[in-house]
Write a protein that binds this ligand. Structure first.
Ligand SMILES: [Fe+2]
Length: 207
């Protein structure tokens, strides 16, 4: 479970060192991404909640799940900033220094059922990531029909769609331009080396 689910939000540390994902994702990018980009979403989310105290009792996921019950004046900054916090935490937690591990056990069984094989999943996921126009994420999500690959725009989340996220890839340019410039494909290939499939299995099993 993610820590710090309620206002005031703080920038919880990465679950590994900034350099842990080298050489696939570089230390400088991790500093920029966590300390600057995620911090900004946290600050802006706190600012919105400070002015709308009635929302301070909502957890991060409850804010996102109930977006359409919140007045639009408030729901737009919540969608962008609570989404920015949720998505970044999910993305960062889904990686580790256990380089090049692969899906096993229950996760492997579910992925094989949904996609045919790990290789077919990787091809499908990469295509979806390359096809995100502008900024967004690609997810592996669980629904009543099993696992599937779903893109989201900007800082939208699968939570507001009622889907259960298992794995996230941030394809905003800030996630890769220091190292890979505009080469999103190279970034995706590198990211596959640092995915923590054990963590994805834990998410799938609701742990
Ligand atoms: Fe990001």
């Amino acid at each position: 479970m993610m820590e710090n689910q309620y206002y005031p939000f703080v920038n919880t540390p990465l679950p590994y060192d900034y350099s842990a994902l080298e050489p696939f994702i570089d230390e400088k990018t991790m500093h920029l991404h966590h300390d600057k980009h995620l911090q900004t979403y946290i600050n802006k989310l706190n600012e919105v909640l400070e002015k709308n105290a009635w929302l301070q009792s909502y957890s991060l996921e409850e804010l996102l799940y109930n977006l359409n019950q919140i007045p639009i004046r408030v729901s737009e900054p919540i969608r962008n900033n609570a989404g920015g916090v949720y998505n970044h935490r999910f993305f960062f937690e889904g990686m580790s220094d256990k380089k090049n591990n692969i899906p096993e056990g229950y996760l492997k069984k579910e992925m094989d059922a949904a996609f045919g094989s790990f290789e077919k999943f990787q091809k499908l996921f990469k295509e979806a990531a390359l096809n995100v126009f502008g900024s967004g994420y690609v997810w592996m999500v669980k629904s009543g029909r099993g696992l599937s690959v779903v893109p989201t725009k900007n800082q939208d989340t699968p939570v507001e769609l009622g889907l259960f996220p298992v794995l996230a890839l941030d394809v905003w340019e800030h996630a890769y331009y220091l190292k890979n410039y505009n080469d999103r494909a190279a970034y995706i290939d590198n990211w596959f080396f640092v995915v923590d499939w054990k963590k994805a299995e834990e998410k799938l099993m609701g742990m």
